[in-house]
Design a protein around this ligand. Sequence first.
Ligand code: 649
Length: 592
Amino acid sequence: MLEPSASPPDGLSLPEILTARARAHPDALAFRFLPDGTTDHPVDWTYLDVELRSRAVARELSRRGIEGGRVVLALDPGLDYVAALFGILRAGCTAVPSFPPFGRRAMARFLSIMVDCEPRAVLTDGRFAPQVEAFEAQYPQGTPKARWIFPDEALFQGDDTEVPPKLADPALLQYSSGSTGDPKGIVLTHENLVSNCRVLEAHTGMEPDRVGCSWLPPYHDMGLMGTIMLAVHGGWPLVMMSPVHFVQDPYRWLAALTEYRVTITVGPNFAFDLCTSSIPDEALDSLDLSSLRQVFCGSEPVSAATLERFRERFAGCGYDAASLIPCYGLAEATLFVTGKPAKSGVRRLERLDKAALGTGTAVRVDAGDASGVDVVSCGVSAVGHEVLVVDPRTARVLPDGRVGEVWVSGPNVAAGYWRRPELSTAAFGARPAGADRAGPGFLRTGDLGFVLDGELFVTGRLKDVIVISGRNLYPQDIEASVERCHGALRRCAVFSVSGAEAGEAEEEQVVVVAEYRGTAGQFAAEEESLRAAVTAAVTADHGVRPAELYVGPPGTVLMTTSGKVRRKATKAAFLEGTLKRFTVPAGSGAVR
Ligand code: 649
């Protein structure tokens, strides 16, 4: 019998593990969804609920002759999303996790995914039904049409037989959240999904009383493979809320952690900042974070300052900084690549010489040294995986302390991109120079980092690095300086333009695009002081003067669906002159 909170035996796929759990403990709580983000009206599903509802979805697919092929999953976050996901897998289909196609940008991205993956069916919100015809009219010629399924109560009721998928079969097509014009679907097998759960369990250990909580989008790798699948695999309950409810009021996350005595949770760096800055003093008394034992932080650069501010603000609520697990991963490796080992105390931090880091070497300096910068360790590699730091030009493996591209191999790594053989060979079949290794090769992550004492430190993305006079500048560091230097500036994107692109000087130049919290009138009144503050901060912190500062209203900086800054897209919009502008009565447009 499969015990709760015990690792399932080898050889089972996730839908089979769900079935085993539903048989062994039909009435145990599997998912608790908070429909309005508060703890006032939780909706609970047992393993049996998830099992029966996912079977009903599988039956409906098979009734329509859909057994195998891709099925796009574009429902709102919630319990139905989970049932539909397992239903698709159970029907032997490949799930393509997506979001409901409402809004201009979401629709454009949805269209690019639909055209690229050619699904046989799509499960989405009934409100989209009237738009299907107009939507399909945008398909390029020859694109096959999918069946549209708009789930209602009936879809989730009923029962049927199962066709267990084979472990080597594709289970998921995960679109990386980047660009709409060039969608890349990562093909993940059932084996990849189970491997990711196993290595995360090996990393965190199993606990009999584990309770998880997540507000992450279920269509992003961290929400899907990191929380929903991990919970079913491990046999512990997961409390879920929609990302929209979290962003509206970050207090709801911490309130749910308090109410349900949650032991494991996760968020990107920005979520910790949001909590620190938005939760008022009077709310602190109602929070008790003492049940938390594992708090994952990954998916974007982990900032020592963010974590320290969070600790200061919530230490009085029982938050223990030793529970924090900075981690690193990417959808091309299903999810998890490295993380701080659980129970290893407070996160490891190195203070490094900023100038040396700019030229590619990690050199330790004293804690108080003003020329230093704090870099947080993302921990050790997942069991059974190898992480290398490689010179991206020569493919030579670099010694400890040298910055290079992060390469990964192991069972979490996907086979490749959907229908993109050349791109797949380049990204997934890399081999270090001089090494005579057999096997499937390494994944080139496109991320930069270094290893010290067996731990990975991620410093940025190869494509985003700005090189000025032979010095490497990391845009996220400059962005942090800009956001810090003036209270009314939120979110910004930093990139470089070459002389040719700007139609002027030869040198690379730094451009800052930032969002201003306030009206156009307020901005006009303080524009001059704001420009001075940004120039002073960037020059002092990074020794380079921004050539241009573009300020617009919220929404100016382009973001991915998972909340990452899209620097390349923001740069393109900047060069095309299509960035969002303040609407001002006299029609003077954006202020540049
Ligand atoms: C990163 C995913 C990291 C991502 C997460 C383990 C309830 C609660 C918790 C729980 C279970 C239930 O961003 C995932 C590992 C979670 C365990 C949860 O346990 N994927 S992505 O494909 O969208 O983007 C990948 C890119 O993001 C950047 C890199 O550029 C990477 O290529 N990135 C980081 N950059 C800097 N520092 C880091 N630590 C980064 N992590 C990802």
